[in-house]
Write a protein that binds this ligand. Structure first.
Ligand SMILES: [Zn+2]
Length: 570
C-alpha cells in the first residue's frame, strides 16, 4: 500500500473564494486524494485557512470585528462551503493555530542558528497617533503621477502606477486618518535564500517529471535579473505569529510578527499536528519526518501558478535550510487561471460565481464535473454559461444519467427490480468488457499523474462505451424475439452502472453514492479486474430505479444566471 501526503494551497481568510480559486487547488487535490483512497492507498489530505497578514486585518476592520474573531468565523464559513463541495480533507486547519505558532518559531530559530537569517535595518512609515508602523496598504495619499487623492501606498488605483509610500503627497493613515506620519528606522529579518540558490536549483533540476508550468516559474525566479533574492520574513503588525527564536525572545524583534508567506506553508506540517490533536489521527511525524517513517511517503502539492515561487523556492529553503529531516515535496501540480465569461472573476464587482452561490444554484457534482473537465492545466481556461450548460446536459444528463435511467427502467418494466438471470454474453458483450478494460487502464494512468482533463476525457469515453453498446444491443428489440439474450444484456448493463459509480466517484461523489444506493450495494471496490467487477451484481440481486441522477439546465436558467453573475458595472 502506497502512502500519499496531499496538500492544497491554503485559501486566504478574507472572504469566500470563486470557482477559479476552487479549480486551481482544492478541487483537483480532492480528486487526487479520492482516487488514491479508492485504489486502497493510505492518504493524508490536508488544507487550512491562511489567516495572517494585512488583508485579514483590513477585512476584519471593515467587518467591525476583532481580527481573531473575524478569522474564526470565516474559517467556519470556508469549512462549511468546502464540505458542500465534498472536499474530503482529513483535516481543515488554521494557520493561526498554536501548533503553527510553535513550529514557525522553531524553524526561524533553527535557520538563525545555521546562519541563514540576517537582520536588516530599514526605514518605514510610523504613525505616532496609531502607535505603530504602517504597512503600504495602510497608507493613502495623493498620487504624484496623476493627482488622484486616494492612492494606496503600494499602487494608485486611478493610473495603476506602482508606488512607494514615501512618494505619496500628503500621506495619511488609513486607520486613523492621522497625517503626522514620519519615517522611522525598524529592523527586519531576511531569509538568506541567495546563499541556497545552488542547492535549490540542483533540487529543482532533479524534478524532471514536474509540469513545465511549475519548473519554468521556479527557474525564472532563480535566474532572472540578479537571481534569487533574500526575502524579508517579518512585518510590523499586531496580527500574526510573534517573532521568536524557538522558545526564546528575539532581541530587537519585539512587537513584530512573521510575514504571512513565511508561516503559511509551515501550516502544512502544523496542520498534521492539528489533525492528531483533534483526535483524527495518531502519528503525524510518520507523514512529515523522514527519520520517523515518512521516507516512503509520496508528497504532492496542488496550487495556482501565482503560488509556485513560494512552494518551489521559499518553503523548500525553509525545509532544506533547517538541516532537519522534514519531508520535501515530490510533485508540484500547478494550474493556470480560470477566467469568467470574457473577463476575470472580480470580488469587488461581484463578477463571476463564488463558491457559496454555486451551491445555491446546483449540487456540487455539476460544478465538480465542469470545473475538473475544464481545468486550466496547459493554458488559462474560461467559464461560459453556454459551455457549462452544454457540458452538464450532454456529459452528465444525456450520457451518464440517461444510461442509468434507461437500463434500470427497462429492467423494471420487463424483469422487475432485480438483476435478470438467463442468457449468455456474446461477442458484443465481450467487446464491451474489453473496451471498458482498456479505457479504465488509460483512466488510471492519467489519474495517477493528476492529469485532470485527460482523466475526465477518459472517464467520459468510458461512459460513452456503455451508451454505444446499449444502442447496438438494443435490449428493447432483442426482448421481443429473444428474452434470454435481453436478460443477459441488461444484467451486464446493470453491472456497468455499478462500475461507472465506482470509477466516477472521485469526480462526482454524490451521484456515485446515489447510484450505489439504488443498486443496493456497498461494493465500491476498484475494478482492478474489470470482468470480475462486471459480475459483482449477480442474477437475483434486487435494486431500485434511481431518482434522476442529473437534470438538464434550461435555456431560461442559463440566461437568468448569466445576468445575475455578470457583476455591477463601474
Ligand atoms: Zn495615479
Amino acid at each position: 500500500m502506497a502512502r500519499h501526503l496531499i496538500t492544497s494551497a491554503i485559501p486566504y481568510i478574507n472572504g469566500i473564494k470563486h470557482l477559479g480559486n476552487l479549480v486551481g487547488s482544492q478541487l483537483p487535490a480532492d480528486l487526487f486524494a479520492r482516487y488514491q483512497r479508492a485504489r486502497g492507498n493510505e492518504v493524508l489530505f490536508l488544507c487550512a485557512t491562511d489567516e495572517h497578514g494585512t488583508p485579514a486585518e483590513l477585512a476584519a476592520a471593515k467587518a467591525g470585528k476583532p481580527v481573531a474573531e473575524y478569522c474564526a468565523e470565516m474559517h467556519e464559513v470556508q469549512a462549511q462551503i468546502a464540505e458542500g463541495f465534498r472536499l474530503s480533507f482529513d483535516h481543515f486547519g488554521r494557520s493561526s493555530s498554536p501548533q503553527n505558532h510553535k513550529l514557525t518559531q522553531h524553524f526561524a530559530g533553527v535557520l538563525a542558528d545555521r546562519g541563514l537569517i540576517r537582520e536588516v535595518s530599514e526605514t518605514q512609515m510610523y504613525s505616532p497617533t496609531d502607535g505603530r508602523f504602517l504597512p503600504d496598504r495602510y497608507i493613502e495619499g495623493t498620487c504624484p503621477n496623476c493627482g488622484f487623492e486616494d492612492a494606496r501606498g503600494d499602487q494608485c488605483d486611478n493610473c495603476t502606477k506602482q508606488l512607494d509610500p514615501v512618494e505619496l503627497i500628503n500621506p495619511r493613515s488609513v486607520i486613523s486618518g492621522a497625517t503626522d506620519l514620519e519615517m522611522r528606522e525598524t529592523k527586519h529579518l531576511f531569509l538568506r535564500q541567495s546563499t541556497m540558490k545552488d542547492e535549490l536549483e540542483k533540487w529543482i533540476d532533479s524534478k524532471t517529471d514536474w509540469p513545465v508550468l511549475t519548473t519554468s516559474i521556479a527557474k525564472k525566479w532563480l535566474n532572472d535579473g540578479d537571481g534569487l533574492q533574500d526575502r524579508g520574513i517579518t512585518r510590523d503588525l499586531d496580527w500574526g505569529i510573534p517573532v521568536k527564536k524557538g522558545n526564546a525572545d528575539w532581541p530587537g524583534m519585539e512587537g513584530k510578527v512573521f510575514y504571512v508567506w513565511f508561516d503559511a506553508p509551515i501550516e502544512y506540517i502544523a496542520c498534521a499536528q492539528e489533525w492528531v490533536d483533534a483526535g483524527k489521527g495518531s502519528d503525524w511525524q510518520r507523514w512529515w519526518r523522514t527519520d520517523k517513517g515518512a521516507d516512503d511517503v509520496t508528497y504532492t502539492q496542488f496550487m495556482g501558478k501565482d503560488n509556485v515561487p513560494f512552494h518551489t523556492l521559499s518553503f523548500p529553503a525553509t525545509i532544506l535550510g533547517s538541516g532537519e529531516p522534514w519531508k520535501l515535496v515530490d510533485y508540484i501540480k500547478s494550474f493556470n487561471y480560470l477566467n469568467y465569461d470574457g473577463g476575470q472573476f472580480s470580488t469587488s464587482r461581484g463578477r463571476g460565481v463564488f463558491m457559496d452561490q454555486a451551491l445555491e444554484i446546483l449540487p456540487a457534482d455539476y460544478w465538480r464535473w465542469w470545473l475538473l473537465s475544464h481545468a486550466p492545466e496547459s493554458s488559462d481556461a474560461e467559464f461560459t454559461w453556454e459551455n457549462f450548460q452544454s457540458s452538464v446536459n450532454k456529459d452528465l444528463a444525456d450520457v451518464l444519467g440517461n444510461f442509468a435511467s434507461r437500463v434500470t427502467k427497462f429492467c423494471r418494466s420487463k424483469f422487475g427490480e432485480v438483476v435478470p438471470e438467463g442468457g449468455a454474453y456474446g461477442p458484443r458483450e465481450e467487446q464491451l468488457i474489453a473496451d471498458l478494460t482498456a479505457k479504465i487502464r488509460e483512466y488510471e494512468g492519467f489519474m495517477a499523474h493528476a492529469e485532470v482533463r485527460k482523466s475526465a476525457t477518459a472517464l467520459r469515453a468510458a461512459w460513452v462505451l456503455g451508451n454505444e453498446y446499449l444502442q447496438e444491443a438494443a435490449p428493447w428489440s432483442t426482448f421481443k424475439t429473444d428474452p434470454e439474450a435481453a436478460a443477459a444484456q441488461i444484467r451486464l448493463a446493470l453491472n456497468v452502472i455499478r462500475l461507472y459509480a465506482v470509477i466516477s466517484a472521485p469526480f462526482i461523489p454524490d451521484a456515485s453514492a446515489q447510484l450505489l444506493t439504488a443498486l443496493n450495494t456497498q461494493n465500491d471496490s476498484w475494478p482492478d479486474d474489470v470482468p470480475a467487477a462486471l459480475a459483482s451484481l449477480p442474477a437475483g440481486h434486487s435494486f431500485a430505479v434511481p431518482e434522476v441522477t442529473f437534470r438538464k439546465i434550461t435555456d431560461a436558467e442559463r440566461e437568468e444566471w448569466q445576468a445575475r453573475f455578470a457583476g455591477k458595472r463601474d
